[in-house]
Design a protein around this ligand. Structure first.
Ligand code: BJ8
Length: 431
């Protein structure tokens, strides 16, 4: 980090000693996981910079904005509409955490058998190491899985201004009505927080900004259909992770530049791994920074990841908001339409998700799917049975992985993943 941010972190109420330990671990992991990769696209230097300043410059930007009266809204789920936040001139940041940090503290408030994502969010808050949570003027929780829904009741004790948004569990007409009313209620809450009235013009601008970000991410996703793959799954995941923190306009520009570079690579038939390298699609729970364990194991076991069916990936970013309406009612309807399509495993039934996994596997020419569920995550572990059954009908092999944030099972994972990859590796003579 270029500057001394310690006074800023102190002002945010952070524990500098614990934070130093976290940054130290994060820096080492980043070096080992990302900077050691070969033939990375040059454009990834933007992501390296963002990550080196993820607790520095970006936090300064947030707090400079707050000093001028703008607000920061922290979120844990892709059901929270970023467009509404942006339309009120506020800033939206993701707060999910992907490290086993502060678990001991978290387990004083939560049962041990709570998923790592929830425990990590609590751990980061309780040990005062997350400058994003500390900078949030409002934190939005949602009634998705039972773990999150109940944990927010406790989170309210340790974080000011937690707002709960109700998300239905089915997709019938009555559910959509509830969903729509919750979006209108959220709009009002954001207006109250910011003192800004969200006009049709403001919302239109925000819709276009977020659509442009999604278009850039989708452009990147489509380029990964090429063989050889022009970018690693690790770098693509990192891009999807940073999408939750960075300024959306700046981020979109940087990702489009990476895509230009990748198009050049594809024309030259060059990539990050040789042609015919086994191709894997990951599907399941979201992976937040610095949860890079599984992709690292996969890509150091002889395969390349060509897509992520995940909220930190295509499930979270696909489908654009219709830009045609120009009344506030029409724009809100368009937003609700887009978000109501998200096929999270908390919904029942959830056939759309399986259909999407199959279409992604075909589009990105994946040889197999690795289904990733965080330990103790009922929605995704239970749904994996039906996903596997459907994929089998289409001749797509699937490996189920259930793991957590610890590194203890890396050896065991590697053995299982290598064996899975071997089942579809093409013999060299067949190329
Ligand atoms: S829309 S996937 S971001 S809820 S891993 S906390 S489900 S027990 S994260 Fe999610 Fe929104 Fe759905 Fe996406 Fe619960 Fe499972 Fe933990 Fe999870």
């Amino acid at each position: 980090m270029a500057a001394d941010y310690r006074p800023m972190w102190t002002e945010l109420g952070m524990d500098l000693k614990a934070h130093d330990a976290l940054l130290d671990a994060l820096g080492k992991a980043y070096q080992d996981v990302f900077l050691s990769q070969k033939v990375r696209p040059e454009g990834m230097s933007y992501l390296d910079f963002v990550m080196s300043e993820v607790h520095g410059l970006r936090i300064k930007e947030l707090n400079d904005a707050r000093a001028t009266g703008r607000k920061v809204v922290g979120t844990f789920c892709v059901f929270v509409p970023e467009e509404i936040v942006l339309a009120a001139d506020a800033i939206c940041v993701g707060l999910c955490a992907g490290a086993e940090f502060g678990f001991e503290e978290a387990e004083k408030l939560l049962p041990r058998n709570t998923c790592g994502l929830i425990k990590s969010a609590f751990g980061f808050k309780l040990t005062k190491v997350c400058p994003y949570t500390q900078s949030s003027d409002m934190v939005v929780g949602e009634t998705t899985c039972d773990g999150k829904k109940k944990a927010y009741e406790i989170f309210k004790d340790i974080q000011p201004n937690v707002y709960i948004m109700e998300i239905p569990q089915m997709k019938n007409t009555a559910d959509r009505q509830l969903f729509a009313s919750e979006y209108w209620r959220f709009k009002e809450a954001v207006e109250k927080l910011t003192g800004v009235t969200i006009t049709a013009e403001r919302l239109k601008k925000a819709i276009i900004t977020v659509n442009n970000k999604r278009k850039a991410l989708h452009r990147l996703a489509l380029l990964r259909a090429a063989d050889p793959a022009p970018i690693s799954g690790l770098d693509s995941l990192l891009i999807n992770q940073v999408a939750f923190y960075d300024d959306p306009v700046r981020f979109t520009g940087a990702i489009n530049k990476i895509c230009d570079e990748l198009e050049g690579r594809i024309k030259q038939n060059s990539g990050v791994a040789p042609k015919h390298t086994p191709r894997v699609l990951i599907s399941g729970c979201p992976m937040s920074v610095p949860n890079w364990k599984l992709p690292l194991v996969i890509e150091t076991s002889g395969a390349v990841i060509v897509g992520e069916e995940s909220c930190v990936g295509e499930r979270g970013q696909r489908n654009l908001v219709d830009e045609k309406p120009h009344t506030i009612e029409g724009e809100m309807e368009a937003l609700i339409d887009r978000y109501f399509k998200i096929d999270c495993a908390v919904f029942t039934p959830n056939q759309d998700r399986t259909d999407h996994i199959i279409s992604m596997a075909k589009e990105y020419k994946a040889d197999g799917v690795i289904h990733y569920a965080l330990q103790f995550c009922s929605p995704y572990t239970v749904e994996s049975y039906l996903v596997e059954k459907e994929l089998a009908k289409h001749g797509i092999p699937m490996l189920k992985i259930e793991t957590d944030y610890s590194m203890e099972d890396v050896g065991q994972l590697k053995t299982r993943i290598e064996a899975f990859i071997e089942t579809f590796r093409q013999p060299a003579w067949s190329h």
